[in-house]
Design a protein around this ligand. Sequence first.
Ligand code: SAM
Ligand code: DTB
Ligand code: SF4
Length: 325
Amino acid sequence: METNDCDNNAPVRGGWERAEAEALYTLPFADLIFRAQRVHRANFDPNQVELASLLSIKTGGCPEDCGYCSQSAHYDTGLKPTRLMDRADVVAAARRAKSAGATRFCMAAAWRSPRDRDLDHVCDMIAAVKDLGLETCATLGMLTQTQAARLSGAGLDFYNHNVDTSPEFYDQIITTRTLQDRIDTIARVRDAGLKLCCGGIIGMGERVEDRLGMLALLANLATHPESVPINLWNEVGAVPVLETAQRPDSIALVRLIATARIMLPKSVLRLSAGRQYMTDELQALCFLAGASSIFIGDMLLTTKNQQRDKDAGLLDRLGMTSLPA
Ligand code: SAM
Ligand code: DTB
Ligand code: SF4
């Protein structure tokens, strides 16, 4: 399978068959990493990492039944639901994130979809965070076209809406929102001129074929997402996925990142949830395979993240620098 994937101008393509993804994934490890490195270096500075920060602006009590999530009201996870945060508190958190080195700030709400009056407040938050000189991202559930346009008008840069897993595994994880619902929101996000952050979760009990099916789904979107978060399922109690979850073996994770790098040549791949389960060596291999973005900060939404001083030490030892503020 020869392609001109070291060419900086190689077209970003769709039409991926799962068998093609499998053929990449199963290449001898050294060949796979070499090919992923070529693509990565043609499109990115391999020594640079993007630092993003997350804030849960409305936690818990969510009507959706996502089987992995601590915030679903369907499961007794012990999480106390909160109201939508005040703008001043969000701005204070964004300032702290910026001081810690983040260049992107993502605001997340545990909603099926936002109510219009909540969206008024979120638009105010977005404008205020943008004024700090940060890139803005929001993840608020499903959107109407009008809502997507309002977010864009408020200065939102990215909208995060994940496909989460393969089409075949999807129904075992979520029943209250279809994959097509997600694809519809993604199309509205695009129509509103927003950049798209779209990825999924691994380690929920899915097969390798499902992980590759998820990559094919992402790579076959009409326009590739600018950001692709790869989350390792962050263990939370009392959710259905707890019964089936199996953390992927390290080499399988690196292979998946490298395969994603080749299939989505210009998308920024983010090592999202689950970095606290990874050794420094595994994270280094993921960067070699083409990951170039991480979340920083003590917390993700409701679960712990790898500590900032550990991140700083790792990036320093790897000679990697963060994007300039
Ligand atoms: N409620 C909104 C929605 O789902 O559209 C936005 C927030 S939701 C927490 C964003 C994404 O976080 C989910 O789509 C899922 O991929 C990821 N996520 C949620 N819980 C997770 C967990 N325990 N481990 C890893 N990723 C998780
Ligand atoms: C994404 O794909 N990962 C982030 C962000 N989008 C919103 C969320 C990770 C959540 C991890 C579980 C938690 O902390 O509750
Ligand atoms: Fe709700 Fe989002 Fe969690 Fe699903 S992932 S239960 S939509 S907060």
